[in-house]
Design a protein around this ligand. Structure first.
Ligand code: PLP
Length: 454
């Protein structure tokens, strides 16, 4: 047993924590800031420095930090009834939250299953498709089609449908069951128009279904925009075309809205209103509680549920769940979060501010090294390309972006560097003046990195 002694936060972490995305060679030696408090869009480091939270934590702190309404709801629920078994008890927060979320989802996605976060939401949604086809008497219909560049989480199945080589290294994924399509990155269109590029992507999907056999494909999973690949926005009409193919072959369309839901793209859910598709299943997490406490889940359409429930249940039980499914404190926090977002019009604010945010990012394109801007709502990136005609970054571009990130940090802004893309997805309460601050720092950082690169 380790001896407990007075140590600094950093040395305790270095000695005892394995963090997500841990480089093993630097285990026990890597450095990172220690945050001690936060308010609004700002976080404060141990040394007292104030930083703008450019990534909204991990795309999640929609309402900003230190909101009394969320804190009070958590305290109230924890002191009233802090836990109830989701297997055989119910409490008000999960029922009320499910009712509320069902009123915000598109179409007839009215049935909610709560999990502990985004990965477990994806995992459970995929397990649901397994269950669904077994109950329907189609045991061979189990494959999942995903995309290169998609990110869906770190639990077994969620990691298996994640299409990023970096996430696979030294782990085993379910390759027999998962099939990957090309990234829908419009910068890969080459000499094709965007419409031609889209036609080719759809054809690849149809060909893949034919090759695998439609009777072996259960689901297609897609983020509306590929956030963790650095904000890749598929060609216009992509999702509706893919949904039509799914419908033709009785394949469930799962929209992974772990990043995009709860206002990030200027709507409660982005699928229908921003990306023109009504999915069969939507996964969500992050913004549902603004990161105050963990919660995730997925919404399923009534039409899908009707096929395997009531007189169609075929004696089945959906035996999938977590101790913390329907967790009352998490659900109470989500209700307070959504209430506050409604009262303050935070989703409307995100929608109204999106154009300003984009223009502000685009104002950086006069700088050498700033190659392109991609954004939807309040999630966007500056793609660092020393040669803007190139679709993707080089090693040099990635080093440039990493340097921009370092300089931004020194100047008081946290940026999420993803390869050659500097991603900004601020708390949704950010004001125009604060967007100016963000972009002012980015301008200084890109300029300085450019001067250093010569
Ligand atoms: N799906 C998407 C689209 C995500 O961006 C993430 C996390 O970033 C996940 C799933 C996994 O969520 P979590 O980290 O809460 O498990």
């Amino acid at each position: 047993m380790a001896e407990i002694q007075e140590t600094s936060v950093t040395s305790a972490r270095q000695k005892h924590i394995v963090r997500p995305s841990q480089e093993m060679a630097s285990l026990g030696k890597d450095d990172m800031p220690v945050l001690t408090k936060a308010e609004g869009i700002y976080v404060y480091a141990e040394d007292g420095r104030r930083l703008i939270d450019g990534p909204a934590g991990m795309w999640c702190t929609q309402i900003g930090y230190g909101r009394k309404e969320a804190v009070d709801a958590i305290a109230h629920q924890a002191s009233t009834i802090s836990f109830a078994s989701p297997w055989y008890m119910s409490t008000s927060p999960s029922a009320r939250l499910a009712e509320k979320i069902a009123s915000l989802t598109p179409g007839d996605l009215n049935r909610i299953f709560f999990t502990t976060g985004g990965s477990t939401a994806v995992d459970s949604a995929l397990r649901f498709t397994e269950f669904y086809n077994n109950v329907l008497g189609r045991p061979a219909k189990k494959r999942i089609i995903s995309r290169i560049d998609g990110y869906h989480g770190s639990t077994g199945l969620a990691a298996s449908v994640t299409g990023r080589k970096g996430s696979w290294a030294n782990f085993d994924i379910e390759t027999d069951r998962v099939s990957f399509l090309s990234s829908p990155n419009p910068r890969h269109a080459g000499s094709r128009t965007e419409a031609e590029f889209l036609d080719d992507l759809v054809k690849e999907f149809e060909d893949r279904i034919e090759a695998l056999g439609a009777d072996t494909v259960a689901a297609f999973i897609a983020e509306p925009l590929l956030a963790n690949a650095g904000v890749i926005i598929p060609p216009k009409g992509y999702h509706a075309r893919f949904k039509a193919v799914c419908e033709k072959h009785d394949i469930l369309y799962i929209s992974d809205e772990v990043v995009t839901a709860f206002g990030r793209c200027g709507e409660w859910f982005a699928s229908e209103k921003v990306f023109d598709v009504t999915p069969d299943i939507i996964t969500f997490a992050k913004g549902v509680t603004s990161g105050y406490v963990p919660l995730g889940g997925f919404a399923i359409s009534d039409a899908v549920i009707a096929r395997i429930s009531g007189e169609n249940a075929n004696g089945s039980w959906f035996n999938n769940g977590f101790t913390y499914s329907n967790q009352p404190v998490s659900c109470a926090a989500a209700i307070a979060n959504i209430d506050l977002m409604e009262r303050e019009g935070i989703v409307d604010h995100a929608r109204a501010t999106a154009g300003y945010f984009r223009k502000a990012l685009e104002s950086l394109l006069d700088l050498p090294g700033a190659g392109a801007v991609h954004s939807a709502g309040l999630v966007g990136c500056v793609q660092c390309l020393l040669d803007p005609s190139q679709p993707d970054g080089t090693e040099e571009d990635r080093a440039f972006a990493a340097r921009v990130d370092e300089i931004c940090f020194d100047l008081g802004l946290i940026v999420r560097p993803i390869a050659e893309r500097c991603v900004i997805s601020p708390p949704l309460v950010i004001t125009r003046a604060q967007i100016d601050d963000v972009v002012g720092i980015l301008r200084k950082a890109i300029t300085q990195a450019g001067e250093e690169a010569g």
